[in-house]
Design a protein around this ligand. Sequence first.
Ligand code: 5GP
Ligand code: MN
Length: 342
Amino acid sequence: MIFNDKIKFIPQLRELLSSANNICIVTHANPDGDALGSSLGLYHLLKEHQKSIKVVIPDRVPDFLKWLPGSNEVIVAYDNKELMEMAMAEADLVFCLDFNQLNRVNGVTEALTKTPGKRILIDHHPEPDNDFFLGLSMTSSSSTAELIFEVCEELGLTKNLGKDAASCIYTGIMTDTGSFSYAIGRGRTFEVLAHLIDAGIEKDKIHSLVFDSFSEQRMRLMGYCLKDKMVVISQLRTAYISLSAAEIKLFNHKVGDTEGFVNLPLSISGIVFSVFFSERDGVIKMSLRSRGNFAVNDFAKKYYGGGGHRNAAGGKSLLPLQETIAQFEQYLKEYEAELTNA
Ligand code: 5GP
Ligand code: MN
C-alpha cells in the first residue's frame, strides 16, 4: 500500500523494521545528489540500530559525490553484479529511494523484481507504480532526502543526529532544489534544514564540494556546449543542447560531467523549456527542465517513455541523435500556445 502522508506509513514501517535483519537500500541509475544523499543518509541513521544494512546502486558514484560519507561502502552493480545479487537475495526489506518504477534501476531491475525482501518506497515523484509492499510517496517534499529526515524523525532515529547522516541529507535537499532556488513548496523544508545545520554540518564546504569540484575537461565541455551546441528557439521559448557519443569521447567525458548542463539555457531571459540530449551506448538520454507551468514530466512521458517532476524530468529515445532532434522540433510546434503562456 502506498500512502501520501506519514500517519499510516510510519507504524507499518516500524513493525517491518523491528523484525528485519538484512536491509538493502537501492536508488536509481546515474545517481544524483538526492539519490545518494537520501540513500546514505538513511544508511547512517539505520546503521546504529540494524544488524545488516547495505546500499546498492546501479552505476558508479559520480566524482562530485565521492566525498559523501559512506560512499565508498556502497555496492555498485555495474562493477560487482554478484555482490549486488547476493545482497538483494538476502534482504528482508529493500528501501527504494528517489524512484518509483522498477525499471529506473537499470542493471538492478531483475534482482529488485526477484528479491524476497519487501520493497519499501520512499519518494517524491508523481505516479508511483504498484510494485511496492509499502510506500510513502509525497510530491510536496523537495527531495527524497527531506522525506528520509522526516521518516527517521518519526521513528526516533534523529535525536542524536550525526554529522555524516546530516551532511548526506543536506546534500540531497541542496541538489534537488538547485541550492534552495526551486522545488520548495512548504516551510517544512527549512525546518529540516535547521536541524541539519544544528547537527554541525559544514554547509558552505558541502556546497563547494558539490558545485566547485569539476574537472577542467568538464568546464571545457560546458564551454563547447554553450558556444557551439546550444540551439535557441526564441519563438517557442525553448533551447536545447545535444552531444553525440563522439563528442562525449573527444572531451574524455566521465559520468556526472554533464550534470547540470540542462539548466544552463534557463538562465537566458524568456527561455522556459530546456532539453539536453546525450548519446550513450546507442541510446539518446534526455534531460528536460522548465520554469513555471510547462510540465516536462508529461512531455517526457508522452514522447520518451520517461517521467519525473513538472519542472525536471528525463526520458530516452532509440532513434539516432539527429532524428531525435528533428522529431523533438516537430513535437515542440504543437506546444506553441502553452510555451508562450508558460
Ligand atoms: P535527470 O534529467 O537529472 O536525469 O532527471 C530529472 C528527473 O527526472 C529526476 O527526478 C529523475 O528521477 C527523473 N527521470 C529521469 N529519467 C527518467 C526516466 O527515464 N523515467 C522516469 N520516470 N523518470 C526519469
Ligand atoms: Mn529526488
